[in-house]
Design a protein. Structure first.
Ligand code: UDP
Length: 485
């Protein structure tokens, strides 16, 4: 019986909140099913974050291990060990710095092996930390790769990095190996670094080998739901030629994301105030706008978005962050937000501006929220669709543009407003997409229905009722059995 046996699993997430949180959730789920010892290993400051996240919820037996790390040795500012608060220009250095964790991870594994008399059963590593596969292989330990993204987005991301298909054509559109021949991706769907990548630049030199090594792992765990993206999963399995377990949605409990704590500290607006404001609005009448935990749009885009929201006539909650180079209350505020905008929206109760960080899960679960204008980071996608909220996509980085492509083309639950921080958007464009998705009759109604269907799939997938088990529960059972085999 799986739950009776003992063994140790070591998990190593990439140093970003959007990776660490799903890893922690995965650890909790595995722990719930087994008596494995579970250790999450990371740099000291990330471990500190994990420790406070663990202590804010019920006590758990998940262990934390600090891997020695000195940010300044890698050209990073002192005491920066996470993508949060790191300018985009330094993110590449953070990726590279993760390679330095190999030696401390090896020591940790020796220590565990010595203490317990046998090596860990499995190393679960982040898709970006391909070097863990070298460690696992050299010690004869099983290695599974955990991708915190969806299957479709993961496939597009790893295939484009591995094959650089956009370099093989002059056209703006190109085919991505692993996808059907008729599928076309567009250059504007590539993040700047990837668009420019040629195999010799520093990004290529990190990502190409990292992904190749991750592809040698014994299987992949994916934070998604089988019924939600059947095509993505079918294609990913075929491309990887290895098992993919769909254990999602691994959503953060509110307390863990720290949204309450942060809403109080950084935004100046309490959760209660936000809920009270939403309580005054009609069902499905509010646009929620947020670009995730680390991205911002440009000053001129902020202007057009603000004006578009105002002219749409709809109510909105907008988590605003100043564009790069500006402060929230600095003297140049009028360069990125129309004059008197915030006051006007407050006085008319048309819009609620939440500074820097909002209680996203609570906003999405409120019945007044009708649509989410989002960068479509995978956690936001899961959270939005999990609540049956259709989306307006504005992808900015990572695999977000592929997520939007799937949401629009495969799932019919979103429209795309624009892409990247480099484009020019107009007030009319903003107004138009809001009109489409908020339309209670035509396309908007259809999107809402489809989003509700996905929400039902997500609920069913995680249902466990005696013998009746949803797909994610079965995948988790199978994963545990495989780790023990
Ligand atoms: N989030 C939040 N409040 C905010 C911004 C983000 O609670 O103001 C949370 C959001 O609910 C999600 C995560 O932060 O769980 C963002 O993850 P996602 O994958 O969407 O984007 P990323 O931040 O990694 O770009």
């Amino acid at each position: 019986e799986a739950a009776q046996k003992n063994g140790h699993i070591v998990m190593i997430p990439f140093m970003a909140q959007g990776h660490i949180i799903p890893f922690l959730q995965l650890a909790r789920q595995i722990q719930h099913k087994t008596t494995f010892n579970i250790t999450i290993a990371n740099t000291p400051l990330n471990v500190q974050y994990l420790r406070s996240a663990l202590s804010s919820t019920s006590p758990q037996q998940i262990r934390l291990a600090e891997l020695h790390f000195n940010s300044t040795q890698h050209g990073l500012p002192p005491n920066i060990e996470n993508t949060e608060k790191l300018p985009l220009s330094l993110i590449g250095k953070l990726f590279k710095s993760s390679l330095s964790l190999e030696a401390p991870l090896r020591s940790l594994i020796s220590q565990i092996t010595e203490e317990e008399g046998y090596p860990p059963l499995c190393l679960i590593s982040d898709v970006f930390l391909g070097w863990v596969n070298n460690v696992a292989t050299s010690l004869g330990i099983r290695n599974l790769c955990f991708t915190t993204c969806g299957a479709y987005g993961t496939l597009a991301y790893i295939s484009i990095w591995s094959n650089l298909p956009h370099r093989k054509t002059d056209s703006d559109e190109f085919w991505v190996p692993g996808f059907p021949q008729s599928y076309r991706f567009h250059r504007t769907q590539l993040h700047k670094f990837l668009r420019q990548a040629d195999g010799t630049d520093e990004w290529s030199q990190f990502f190409i080998p990292a992904i190749a090594l991750s592809m040698k792992s014994d299987g992949w765990i994916c934070n998604t739901v089988e019924e939600m993206e059947p095509l993505g999963l079918q294609l990913l399995r075929k491309y990887l030629q290895s098992p993919v377990w769909t254990v999602g949605p691994l959503l953060p409990p509110t307390a863990l994301k720290g949204s309450k704590h942060r809403a109080g500290k950084e935004s100046g607006i309490a959760l209660e105030a936000c809920m009270e404001w939403l309580d005054l609005k009609d069902e499905n009448s509010v646009v929620y706008v947020s670009f995730g935990s680390q991205n911002t749009i440009s000053a001129s885009q902020m202007m057009a978005l603000a004006e578009g929201l105002e002219r749409s006539g709809k109510s909105f909650v907008w988590v605003i962050r100043p564009p790069v180079g500006f402060n929230m209350n600095g003297e140049f505020r009028e360069e990125w937000l129309p004059k008197g905008f915030e006051e006007r929206m407050r006085d008319t109760k048309r819009g609620l501006l939440v500074h820097k960080w909002g209680p996203q899960l609570e906003i999405l679960s409120h019945k007044s929220t009708g649509v989410f204008l989002s960068h479509c980071g995978w956690n936001s996608v899961l959270e939005s669709l999990g609540h049956g909220v259709p989306m307006i996509g504005w992808p900015l980085a990572a695999e977000q543009a592929y997520n939007v492509k799937m949401l629009v083309e495969e799932m019919g639950v979103a429209v795309e407003l624009t892409r990247t921080v480099e484009t020019i958007i107009t007030v009319e464009q903003v107004k138009k997409v809001i009109d489409i998705v908020m339309d209670q009759e035509g396309q908007g109604k259809e999107m809402k229905e489809k989003a509700n269907e996905i929400a039902a799939h997500m609920r069913d997938a995680t249902t466990e009722n005696g013998e009746e088990k949803g797909s994610s529960v079965r995948a988790m059972d199978d994963l545990v059995t495989t780790i023990l085999s």
